[in-house]
Structures are given as structure tokens and as C-alpha cells.
Design a protein around this ligand. Sequence first.
Ligand code: ADP
Ligand code: MG
Length: 731
Amino acid sequence: MPELRTPPETAPPVPPLTLPVTVVSGVGPDRAAMLQRLGIRTVGDLLLHGPRRYEDRRAFAAMRELQLGVGAVVRGHIVASGVKWFRGRTRSVYEFILDDGTARLHCRWWNLPFLERMFAVGDDLMVFGKPNSLRPRTMDHPETERVEAGDEAPVHLNRVVPIYPSTEGLTQRVLRGLVWRALERFGAAVTDPEPVLVPVGSAPDGWPGRSEAVRTLHFPENLEAAERARGRLALDEFVALQFEIQRRRRNLERNAIALPCGGDNRLIKPFLAAVGFKLTGAQTHVLREIRADLAGPVPMRRLLQGDVGSGKTLVAACAALMALENGWNVAVMAPTEILAGQLADNFRRWFEPLGIPVDLRTSAQRGPAVSNMKAGPRLTDAHLDTAPIDATGTARTEPRPTKKDPTGGLIESVGRGSARAAREAVAGAVPSCARLTVGTHALIQPDANFERLGLVVIDEQHKFGVAQREALVRKGRYPHLLVMTATPIPRTLGLTLYGDLDVSVIDQSPAGRGRIRTHVRTPDALPKVWEFLRRELTAGRQAYVVYARVDESEHDDVKAVTKEFVRVKAAMAPHVVGLLHGQLRPEEKDAVMSAFRSGAVQVLVATTVIEVGVDVPNATVMVIENAEQFGLAQLHQLRGRVGRGGHESHCILVADQKTEAAQERLKVLAATTDGFALAEADLRLRGPGELLGKAQSGLPSLRFGDLRGDRVLVEKARAWVKSCLSSQPLN
Ligand code: ADP
Ligand code: MG
């Protein structure tokens, strides 16, 4: 039987920007391989390979006027060149001398003798660097580029030229030529993304169009134009991010049915009467916001920010009680076993008198899985607020039930087989056996199951990734979510990372707290530090001494907790010193922690396992050795372990302060206890990745956007996307 052949179809045209970079003239297999090392595979990748800096080659600096430590571009001819060897030919320095008619400049490279073959007397060169000496004028390891005549000379000379991130074997000149050619042929194919939100051209807030921005990014008239082009491309990134965040939020609002968890005060009243102190104004305010969410039509998605010691746990307890009053179970997840254990202790002390069972579930202690109701059908991804978003931006979910439904849509949305469960839920029919489970990551293991999960609380959210937060939420059917953090998130980051959350802030600490004084000391002052510590211990106080490492490393001289423990113990005798680090067995950790809490141990020598959450009001001294090893946010957290009672407290940072950056960090810390100011400083000094820690996987990768400085652009993008989405009909 003859084969049926369909007529050959004409292939749809390939979008030019997705073509392989080899279509650009000058890119063969070798260069393609080098470009790939830079992450450049397509024409589009090449066009979006942004310069790391620019060189203004319209006017070179005169060598005679070079200033110490100030970067400059000069142009001249090589008048001498050679390698000097020393230390028995194991070390070398290659040097050439460049003359521009006004003066001479020595350029040196250490231990790169082969450079001698790349330069010759008479070469015409452009050199960029910072003079590290003026007698004679010298630059070490400057960047160089040869001046060559030819068709493309205008690309490299007499203009502001881009300097790119590059890779071995690919010179700036070659890379710049490739970008130039790619722009000539494909620049027009760059189009503005849909929907168009960024006002372009002569509009009051006009930005360059995307195509123009890409051209300008590489070959700007001046540096202001380059920055504006970068801003335009950054805006596109922020708009895309905000779409993702805001669509997710909108899907939640459209599709999820909130569980009624507003409570009736039945448990909270006696709880607050027994707890022994009055809520602060800030706590009361935040609880009002939380109650409105828990009783509202959309599941709560709230971030609670409050500096260390501001009393977030009590807020979480009250939120939990609201859900428990309505008969819903509550899960609280904390990042470490110590913290989970401490939270469980607190909640037991508070809740057991009220008849509410509290379970602890860590990988060490597997508490019973909560199950006091038959499981309903599992919801699929499509029901969750992380529902996949299709190309048109609508989540693939069922439409929200209409208002006429007497159950408010709950029964329909929960589905067949659990209608009764849902009806009972609405009526709050099983309030008596509701319970609270506290745990670590163990709560998100596949074998951990929760029934009637009404509220999820995540403590110290910054220690978890977004995926972990979602994993716990998925254990229920649209439970309410409260995430708490003591790491104040600078607003730019917050809008980017937590843009789908409402934010509450506790901006007031409970009254009657002693002040915390911060001191920066060098290691030679340690004897005095120990003396001071002994005095505090003798006066009945307790202390922490923190180290950056568990064990010593041969690569540096950072002190290790296991070794220093012996020293501190000897220095503090007869006071009792305990040791705590992450490699101890859970029972050992528990034992030393409870001994410290009860006062049987006076000094806790520890790693950063105590960084978050640990609450011992009688501890008044925090000594941190090798403080230069820690980030600002982390030091602030550690410092927050003291100053929790009425006594004046001290945080002593012991550091060599070798580097300028380390010094600046410690100075900032000593100058303020305002967590927000510190977070902004940390963002500025170290960048977002370091600020949030590696665990924070939610950070978007941005080519052009800069979360350190682009707050205005982030806010713009957010407002545009908001108005764009709200003008789209709900369907
Ligand atoms: P964080 O916000 O760092 O988690 P905690 O919840 O651990 O802070 O609270 C710190 C300490 O303050 C705890 O000992 C807690 O019992 C106490 N505390 C909380 N709220 C109040 C209040 N309203 N008045 C007095 N002390 C409070
Ligand atoms: Mg806490």
C-alpha cells in the first residue's frame, strides 16, 4: 500500500533572536564555544550581554595628570618591554612602559611572563587602570586594548565603548565587534514585550523603546544614556516579575475559599489573662489585621516582620488560638530543632491548661501525625495559589463558585465525597479535638499529614525557601498562612520576594527591656572580655560565646567552637559552661539547652545554631569571636539573644578587622540597633544573595535590574502591573 505523504509544510519563520549565535558573522565553532562559557547561545543572548562598564575614548587622560588610585583610560606607544625574574625564577614580573607625549606609565603584571610575547615596542595601546604609584607612574594588572586601523575602528575608538564580562581567548575588541554586527543585523528584531506597560518616547515618563535601549546599552552617546537604557531593560524584568507575583495573588483571591478561622475569643480570653503581661500596642494592632484575614473571604497570606525580641511568638499563639477556637488544626514550622523544641515548650505551657494538645515533630522526635478526621480528596496543583499560569496569564483552575451557593462555595470546591466534612467545617462542628503541631522540616516530609489544617505558621521565614513554605501550605486545602521573620527585608527586596504577601510590622518592643550596648574589640583585648564576663556571671547573669566554626580548618585561623569550649570553660570556672553546635545529637542539644534555660549552665559556648529565636531573658552578654565572619543581619540576630530581660546587656564583637568591609560592617552594627537600617546597610554592603542567605531560593536572577538601587523602578513596575491586572475582567 502506497505511503500517504502529507505535502511538505513551509516551516514557520524562526524568530531571529532565537537563532544560534553562529549566524553572526565572525562566530565559528571556537568562538561559539567561548561565548557559551559566557552563557551566550543565541543572537538574543548576545544582544542582552550587558557591559560591566564603559570607557570614554573620546578624550584620553594625559599621563602627566594621572592621580593615585583614580581609574583612568590613557593611550600611548610602548617604548620598552621585558620580564624580570626573581626568587630563583619562581616569580616574575612583566612590564612595559607606555609613552603618550606628556609622561610615561609603567604597566606591570606579576607571574604572567608569557605576556611578553603579546606586546612589542611600538604598539599603540589603550590602557585602563588605577595608578598605584606616581613615582614612577605605575598601574598593576591594567586592562589593555590594541588600537588597530580598519573598517571597524569607529566601533572601538572616539566614542564611549562597552567593556564586557568576557572569558579567556575572547578579547574585548572581538566581542565588541560581534555585538556591533549582531546589532546591525538583528537589532530591529528586539520588540517591546506585551502588554506594553512602559511608556515609551515622548510620554511624560518616557523611556527608550526596548530595541533602542539595547542599542544604547552597548553603544551609548554618554553614560547617562547608558544608565537610562539599563533602567529600561531592568523595568522589563521587574514588570515580568511583578506579573508573576501579582497573578499568583489574584489566582488565590479568585479560586481559593478561605476557611473560617476568626475565632470567638473562647480560648484567647483566658490565655491572655494567664500569660502574665499585656500585649503591646503593636501586637494588638497586628492581631487585629490577622483576625480580619482569618475571618475574611480570602486565605490569609501575611508576612509578620518584627525585630528580634518584639514578641512575634505571642502573636503567633493568639493567631493559632483563633483557628483552634473554630476547630481547625494549626502547624508551626521552625528552622532548627532547638527552636522547634523551645516553641513547643512555650506552647505547651500556654495551651495545655486550655486543654489543647501540642505535638512536637522533628526528624529526631516523630510525634504522631495529626489525624482526627477522614482524609478528603487531595487537591491538585491547580487548586493552589501556586497554580501554574498558562500563556494567557490565567491559572488553569475552576471558576469561583457564585455567591448564591449557601456554603460560600466550600462544598463545591472541596469536591465529591467530603461534602459532609465541609459542612461540618463551616459549622465548626469538631472544635474539641483541634491541636497544634510544632516541628522542623519534618513537617513537610511526605509521611507528615494534617487533617483540618486551618493555619500554617512559619517562624523565621528567611531560613526557609519559598518552596518549603509552599510545601507546608500544600498539606492542607488553602489553609491560612502567617510567616514571621526578624530579618527586616528592605522594601525593594520585599516587593520582589514577598510581593504576594500582605505585610504587618511589629515596630515596638515590650516595655521594661534593658538596653543593649555593642562593643567592637580586637583579639588582644580578650583577657578583659573574660574578666567582664566573670563579673556578670558572678552577678547572676548568663552569657553566650559564639564561634563561626565547629571544627578548625587548616586553611584559615578562624576559631572553632569545640576547641575554644575547653578554654572558655577553664577561664570561667567554677561557673558552668555548656557546649552547643549543630553536630551534637538531638538529645545532647536538648539537654544543654534546657540546662541553660533553667540557669544550671551559665555560659553557652555555641555556633550560630542559637542565631534565631532562642529566648533566655537572664542572658545579658553575647560575645562573638571572629565577628568578621558573619553578615550584619546574622550579627544583629545573634545580638538579639540578649537584652530580653530588664538588665542592661552587652554584645561584644571580637574581630581582627583586617578588611575595610569588615570594619565598616561592625561599625554600622555598633552604631544602631534598628534592624531595618541594618538590613539596608547589609544590602548595600553585600548584596541581596548574601543578605538572605543561600537558603533563600526565591531570589530572581536579574540581568539588568539591581535590587540594591532600583527601588523606584520596582515600585513603578508594581504599580503598572497592578493597574493592568485590575483593568482586566475577572472571569
Ligand atoms: P521574637 O519576636 O524575637 O520571636 P519572642 O516572641 O521570642 O520574640 O519574645 C521575646 C520575649 O518577650 C519573650 O520572652 C516573650 O515572652 C516576651 N514578650 C512577648 N510579648 C510581650 C509583652 N507584650 N510584654 C512583655 N513581654 C513580652
Ligand atoms: Mg521568635
